[in-house]
Design a protein around this ligand. Structure first.
Ligand SMILES: *[C@@H]1O[C@H](CO)[C@@H](O)[C@H](O)[C@H]1NC(C)=O
Ligand SMILES: *[C@@H]1O[C@H](CO)[C@@H](O)[C@H](O)[C@H]1NC(C)=O
Ligand SMILES: *[C@@H]1O[C@H](CO)[C@@H](O)[C@H](O)[C@H]1NC(C)=O
Ligand SMILES: *[C@@H]1O[C@H](CO)[C@@H](O)[C@H](O)[C@H]1NC(C)=O
Ligand SMILES: *[C@@H]1O[C@H](CO)[C@@H](O)[C@H](O)[C@H]1NC(C)=O
Ligand SMILES: *[C@@H]1O[C@H](CO)[C@@H](O)[C@H](O)[C@H]1NC(C)=O
Ligand SMILES: *[C@@H]1O[C@H](CO)[C@@H](O)[C@H](O)[C@H]1NC(C)=O
Ligand SMILES: *[C@@H]1O[C@H](CO)[C@@H](O)[C@H](O)[C@H]1NC(C)=O
Ligand SMILES: *[C@@H]1O[C@H](CO)[C@@H](O)[C@H](O)[C@H]1NC(C)=O
Length: 631
């Protein structure tokens, strides 16, 4: 897939102010100068931010910076395999639920001295949109190319633009721009992505943001149509194409939802000849996709002053699709747009002809977009869970855990993660295999959100902490956590799942093994609990101490200990009370509720007291003893 509008150094047409006086409601934009350490402002007064929002990679500079006009085109970010197979720019805080134009500048220019332009894919919001394949066309490899598309952010305020390396190639990116556009623009019915396969302004040079001081509210830049226009064909050989430009203002421009700029309608091309000659464009496309063609017309020739004076047929791939009489539709010096969706393309070239019926055909501009239907996405709560696991397991960069865990479906980009589509059209995580990856963290309890997880293998790492209660989703069949440093007990939640293979050996687990787990071995599955610190209760494990279960102590055990403690505390308090009372008795001369031994003991210390006192105390004590024994 390759539509890039090539990089031109151009002569500029005079700046023409926009005719709209209304406040334009979609004003968010961001321009990131990838690989750059500093903010800057370019010659068109666009503010470029230093490189940010990337997940990894390194920076470099093109080999011949002097060949590039703008600073943002000279520095680049590349993603070597060591930073993972999938890397992203994750742009935060966008106006939520909006539609945007994304524009990338991609360049190789042998920055790495390897003379090998890389192969990689680019996705936006989990949809593959560009596929770069080595070797690149010589001019693009050297001078770079812009590419752009329109996309929608569905449920959050974050845009993911991700890069997937193929083999060991490092994806590269030199600049990234996002401009908010009207969500109702270009008749988009769902969140389809429209990838620019050609946006031409007839009869002028390249213009628009990044190329001239001319404005376009959507950040669209407009190529000259000359590269895509075939030679005049038709009746006579002397016929030629003529560029014309407006002598008067053109109305009906800069209107919602598409906000086409005035400048687009101020130039046009037509055919000069003896009649019957047609205008023809050949647009490069990729087969298997549908394309949205957007035609721009305006009658800017003062000699065409009534309906029926200029009529022509629009023919797409040999099929008459519309008969156009601009004057009849909108009069002169007014913009007239017409769009058409081409389906089931089987060729790599899309042919558009404007065939005259009366007079010569005329055109101001043409846009061609591939319609990329939205790919499946991972269930949002499973994305949350995977991001929590990435943190808690401390998954290393090289595993590429960036962006959506499952989308696009053509890439299993999160190493060790396997996904499946569900019946209702979302993607879910079914398997996580991260054995022997040197992981050092713990398992986040959020793992419970992975309600379709069938197999989890985290064996032979250095993971610690206790096994979370979230583990044990109904779907789980296979669990290998062997050879780690997990501590604590086996949660009851594990026993309620449909587990058939459980390997918890060589950890530091302790406590009673849930009975249901032990039955796994009996029913043809496999379970290994050996080599733990203090698991008990299984057939191959030691018996648990009395009152001991997987929590350490059973409820009954706790109750028993609680009661024992309570009794002990009571006794201590009682004794203390007696002591206290005894002390009081030193002066108050006793009450009939003292233990004889204590009394006797005390008597020994209190001999200096009066004899009478001692006798009284002894009597009280004696009197008390039978009562005590009887209870
Ligand atoms: C952008 O548009 C919003 C309303 O849609 C407005 O509140 C805000 O002031 C605008 N910002 C700028 C910088 O124009
Ligand atoms: C660039 O500008 C942004 C926002 O205006 C600011 O937050 C950031 O610190 C600046 N960076 C540098 C390197 O000056
Ligand atoms: C450049 O942009 C700034 C705001 O970003 C504005 O204040 C300034 O007038 C602009 N300069 C020109 C020459 O357009
Ligand atoms: C959107 O739907 C309308 C009518 O339902 C159709 O005419 C138009 O072509 C569709 N747009 C795209 C981009 O598919
Ligand atoms: C764009 O406009 C600014 C001031 O309005 C001017 O300095 C600059 O040279 C212009 N850029 C080009 C490429 O014409
Ligand atoms: C298509 O348009 C051409 C030019 O007007 C005309 O000659 C031809 O008959 C048309 N074909 C059909 C099928 O309408
Ligand atoms: C496109 O192809 C599909 C199936 O291949 C078919 O159902 C549909 O009718 C075709 N559409 C057109 C416009 O040819
Ligand atoms: C799809 O199904 C899953 C269960 O498999 C459910 O959790 C989710 O909410 C469903 N999504 C939609 C959009 O219905
Ligand atoms: C878990 O992964 C390791 C490799 O890291 C493998 O040897 C082991 O067999 C796997 N466990 C299961 C239960 O498949």
């Amino acid at each position: 897939m390759s539509l890039f509008f090539f990089f031109f150094f151009i002569s500029l047409l005079p700046f023409l102010p926009s005719s709209s006086s209304l406040h334009y409601p979609f004003n968010y934009s961001i321009h990131i100068d990838c690989g750059s350490l500093s903010n800057s402002t370019d010659v068109f007064n666009t503010s470029w931010l230093s490189d940010r929002y990337f997940t990894g990679g390194s920076t470099s500079v093109v080999s011949e910076p002097l060949h590039f006009q703008h600073p943002q085109e000279k520095t680049l970010r590349y993603f070597p395999v060591s930073s993972g197979k999938k890397n992203c720019y994750t742009i935060p805080n966008l106006p939520a639920g909006g539609r945007y134009q994304l524009r990338l500048f991609t360049v190789y220019d042998n920055y790495d001295g390897k003379s090998h332009s890389p192969s990689f894919d680019v996705s936006v919001e989990g949809n593959v949109v560009f596929q770069w394949r080595s070797p690149w066309h010589e001019s693009i490899s050297r001078a770079g190319a812009y590419s752009d598309l329109f996309f929608t952010i569905d449920d959050d305020d974050v845009a993911d633009v991700c890069f997937y390396s193929i083999a060991t190639d490092s994806p590269v990116i030199a600049s990234l721009e996002i401009t908010q556009i009207d969500p109702a623009s270009y008749l988009v019915n769902d969140s389809s992505i429209l990838v620019n396969y050609g946006r031409f302004s007839s009869g002028s040079d390249q213009w628009g943001p990044g190329f001239s001081n001319d404005t376009d509210r959507f950040g669209r830049s407009w190529q000259s149509d000359s590269d895509f226009r075939s030679k005049v064909a038709g009746v006579t050989t002397g016929a030629h194409i003529k560029a014309i430009s407006a002598m008067k203002n053109v109305v009906n421009v800069d209107k919602a939802p598409n906000y086409f700029p005035l400048k687009l309608y101020q130039t046009a091309v037509t055919v000069i000849g003896e009649g019957g000659e047609y205008l023809e464009y050949n647009l490069p496309v990729d087969a298997k996709l549908d394309y949205l063609l957007w035609f721009h017309f305006a009658e800017i020739d003062v000699s065409v002053n009534r309906a029926g004076k200029r009529v022509f047929e629009v023919v797409v791939n040999g099929e008459n699709v519309s008969r156009v009489d601009i004057y009849e539709k909108v009069g002169s010096f007014a913009a007239y747009d017409w769009s058409y969706v081409v389906k089931n393309l089987s060729d790599t070239e899309l042919n558009v002809r404007l065939v005259p019926v009366v007079g010569a055909p005329v055109i101001c501009g043409l846009e061609n977009y591939a319609i990329i239907p939205p790919d499946l996405k991972t269930l949002p709560q499973q994305v949350v869970a995977m991001k929590a696991l990435k943190e808690s397991l401390r998954v290393p960069d090289r595993m590429g855990w960036n962006g959506d865990p499952c989308a696009p479906t053509t890439w299993d980009a999160w190493e060790g993660v396997t996904c499946h589509p569900t019946k209702n059209g979302s993607l879910v995580i079914s398997q996580i295999d991260l054995g022997s990856q040197g992981l050092k963290g713990y398992i986040s309890d959020q793992i419970g959100l992975l309600s379709n997880l069938v197999s989890l293998n985290l064996s032979s790492n250095s993971l610690g902490g206790s096994l979370p209660w979230g583990l044990g989703q109904k779907s789980l069949v296979k669990l290998d956590l062997s050879n780690n440093k997990f501590t604590g007990s086996i949660p009851d939640s594990l026993a309620s799942s449909t587990l058939q293979f459980v390997y918890l050996n060589s950890n530091e687990l302790e406590g009673l093994v849930p009975e249901e787990l032990l039955s796994i071995g009996v029913h043809g599955g496999a379970i290994d609990l050996s080599g733990n610190k203090g698991l008990c209760g299984g057939p191959t494990l030691p018996d648990c101490p009395l009152f001991w279960n997987k929590e350490g102590l059973s409820t009954a055990g706790k109750a028993a200990i609680g009661i024992s403690c309570l009794v002990f505390v009571c006794v201590v308090l009682f004794v203390a009370y007696i002591c206290y009372k005894r002390r009081q008795n030193d002066y108050d001369f006793g009450l009939p509720h003292e233990l004889m031994s204590l009394a006797a003991k005390r008597n020994r210390y209190q001999r200096q007291k009066s004899l009478m006192t001692l006798e009284m105390e002894s009597q009280h004590a004696k009197g008390f003893i039978p009562t005590y024994n009887a209870t």
